[in-house]
Structures are given as structure tokens and as C-alpha cells.
Design a binder for this molecule. Structure first.
Ligand SMILES: [Zn+2]
Length: 382
């Protein structure tokens, strides 16, 4: 028989950006699924099971990190910061980044789980299915995106990308970016993801060299790809990444566009009109030195915005609370606490098509929660 239990706390933020926080909150659960959420006074007369009083804390849904590369977990402190994309990339390449330290991956996942992270949108190179096992064994939900890179050979590779459900999520295909991955390959992976009811992820408009290369510049990034035989018969589309992505049919409500730092107002309009999800990685952008995305414009345009840490190779930690704190301290408009929490809960859960299970504290969803640090409430630096 299912054992019903209750937790009680000072406040619940449900993850729904339109819902006010619930004071003196109570969650009814059976250890796996939520049976009810409301005020303690609503449930106290019916309470027949054990009540755990968490005291003076605010509870939010389990956190969802919309964009990460866990396989780079061994690179903490190994890359240069603030010098721009190419110096950062070269410093990463100098550390044999393709050889994965799975112990470092596991430690990173455990540390983030202790901070309340229950789900990832994680970028995985195709030969590294072991990351899925690590996440599954630790009870972490996921969409693991196997990422295509390079301009040759194109479509024939798409067949090697596994797609489908796992015990705690899914494996989907992703493209690295429009200046690094063959357009036919991107279209094929997006088509396959959509056919399987899976999300698609792609880095977009992260840095100037990306924009320049798409506009026909033979810049340092172009030369780096050429030296590594990754260019094939690259033809610059003479469009912005957002325009090119739209014209290839990559933008819609099941696509997660990651970064979107170098975007025009017209690009933002395109992202809004196509209902594309945007994942901002503010600390990664600062770490690498590529600038800051127009966060306020995305919110004003009604775009579903998520926050992601990106990898430890371009961040100080994988702590989503630190990402949110950084964002809230610098954004130049007011954001309610419910809206703020939705950036690391409901919005990424929706973008990863996991919101039937995760992202908000409501009846029928998985019982997973995080405790909001006091510093977020007070606006202090973590
Ligand atoms: Zn990334």
C-alpha cells in the first residue's frame, strides 16, 4: 500500500511563473509522486501520515540544468578565462578533453544533486553513453543530446545517432552549431528528433567568429576548422545563425537555442515567432569573454528562457543557484521570485519535454524538490 507523507515548510514556490509563493506550505507525497500542494492549514485536518517539518525554508521544484557538458568535468580550472573564444578553445584542446574522467563526472553530478539539481540537458559525444548510466544510477533525470560536429561526411552519420527513451529520460540528437556542423546533418537530426517526440539542441550566436564565418569571413575559427580537416566543402550561408537556423527548419518550440549572445532585434523576433526556447549561460559567456546576451529583450519578447551552466571548462562551478544569482544581480529589470525560479525549473523542463514529470510542484508530478538558499532571497552573492 502507498504510504502517504507530508512535508511542511515556511514557503513553497511552485515553479509556475504566474503563481504566487504559498506561505506555510505543505506537499503531500508518497516518496515518488506528489499527491497535493497547498497550505498546511488546507491539509492538516486530513493528515494521517508522517509530517516532516522543514522549518523556516523555501521549497522549489527540483532544479533543471538546461545545458551542460558533463563529460568535460575534469577541466575545472584548466582553461583560460576572459580572452575570447579561440584562446579558450585552444586551452581546452590542450588538455586532451576527449578522454573522459568518469569519476570527475560522477562527483560533479553528486555535488549538483546536493544543491537540488534533478535533471540535465547534457551534451554527449556519441561514444559516451556511459554518462547516461551515471545519471541513471544517481537517480537524475536527463535528456542526453548526442552532438554532431563537422562538415563531412554529412547525412550518412545521422544514422549512428541513437534516439529514444531511457529509464529516466531520453537520448536525442543535437547539432554543435551552424558554423561547425553540416546543414544537411542538422536538418536530418532535427527531423529525427521531431519524429520521435524529442527535443533538439544547438549552440547559436555565441561569439563574433561564428557570426563572421557564416557571413563569409575566413577568420581564425575558419582556419582552425580547416587545419583540423573539419571544413569539407563549407559554403557560408551569408545569414545570421538565427536566420540560417530558421531557413533550415531548425527553430520551433522543441528546439533549445543555447547562448544567443550575438543577436539582433530581428533575430529575437524570429526566436519569439518560432516559439524557440532560449538557454542563457551568463557565467560561461563572461568566463570565455564573448559578451552578454540581451536577457531583458528575450524576457520582454515572451521567449521561454532557461538558464544553464554550460560545462565546468567555461564556468567556476555547475551550481545553478550561482547562475541564477549572477543573473538576478545584473539584469536591468525587475523579475519576480516566481519568474526567477521558473528559469531553472519549469522553463527548462518544458524545453526538454520533461514537464509532464518535472519542473513544478503540482499533483501528479515526480516528488523532487530543492531548498532555496537564503542568499537568493536576500539577493546576496553566493
Ligand atoms: Zn555548450
Amino acid at each position: 500500500m502507498t504510504k502517504i507523507e507530508y512535508i511542511r515548510c515556511k514557503q513553497i514556490i511552485t515553479g509556475n511563473p504566474c503563481q504566487e509563493p504559498i506561505d506555510n506550505g505543505c506537499i503531500v507525497h508518497d516518496g515518488h509522486v506528489i499527491h497535493g500542494v497547498g497550505t498546511y492549514s488546507q491539509f492538516k485536518n486530513a493528515c494521517s501520515g508522517e509530517v516532516t517539518d522543514l522549518g523556516s525554508v523555501t521549497i522549489v521544484p527540483g532544479l533543471v540544468n538546461a545545458h551542460c557538458h558533463l563529460e568535460l568535468s575534469k577541466l575545472k580550472g584548466k582553461t583560460v578565462s576572459g580572452e575570447g573564444f579561440i584562446p579558450w578553445l585552444l586551452s581546452m584542446m590542450a588538455h586532451n578533453y576527449r578522454e573522459i574522467d568518469f569519476i570527475a563526472v560522477e562527483q560533479a553530478v553528486i555535488a549538483a544533486r546536493d544543491q537540488g539539481v534533478c535533471c540535465y540537458g547534457d551534451i554527449v559525444t556519441p561514444q559516451n553513453g556511459k554518462i547516461i548510466d551515471i545519471l541513471t544510477n544517481l537517480g537524475i533525470y536527463h535528456t542526453c543530446f548526442f552532438e554532431a560536429f563537422g562538415f563531412l561526411p554529412a547525412v550518412s552519420q545521422a544514422g549512428i545517432f541513437p534516439h529514444g527513451k531511457t529509464d529516466l529520460g531520453a537520448v536525442a540528437g543535437a547539432g554543435h552549431a551552424l558554423h561547425t556542423t553540416h546543414p544537411a546533418m542538422l536538418k536530418e537530426i532535427k527531423r529525427k528528433d521531431s519524429k520521435m517526440g524529442l527535443p533538439f539542441s544547438i549552440h547559436m550566436a555565441e561569439h563574433e567568429d561564428e557570426i563572421g564565418m557564416l557571413m563569409g569571413e575566413k577568420n581564425s575559427f575558419y582556419k582552425l576548422l580547416e587545419q583540423n580537416n573539419l571544413l569539407g566543402q563549407y559554403v557560408p550561408p551569408m545569414k545570421t545563425p538565427i536566420e540560417h537556423g530558421r531557413d533550415l527548419g531548425l527553430l520551433d518550440s522543441t528546439t533549445l537555442a543555447v547562448h544567443c549572445v550575438k543577436v539582433s532585434d530581428k533575430d529575437i523576433e524570429t526566436l519569439a515567432n518560432t516559439a524557440t526556447n532560449v538557454c542563457l549561460c551568463p557565467r560561461s559567456n563572461e568566463f570565455i569573454g564573448v559578451g552578454r546576451a540581451p536577457w531583458e529583450k528575450f524576457l520582454d519578447a515572451g521567449i521561454r528562457v532557461c538558464l544553464g551552466t554550460d560545462s565546468i571548462a567555461s564556468n567556476h562551478d555547475l551550481n545553478l543557484w550561482n547562475e541564477l544569482s549572477y543573473f538576478l544581480k545584473r539584469i536591468e529589470q525587475s523579475v519576480s521570485i516566481s519568474e526567477a525560479i521558473s528559469l531553472i525549473t519549469l522553463n527548462p523542463a518544458r524545453a526538454l519535454l520533461m514537464d509532464h514529470k518535472l519542473g513544478s510542484l503540482e499533483k501528479g508530478k515526480i516528488f523532487s524538490y530543492a531548498v532555496m538558499p537564503e542568499s537568493i532571497i536576500k539577493g546576496e552573492k553566493l
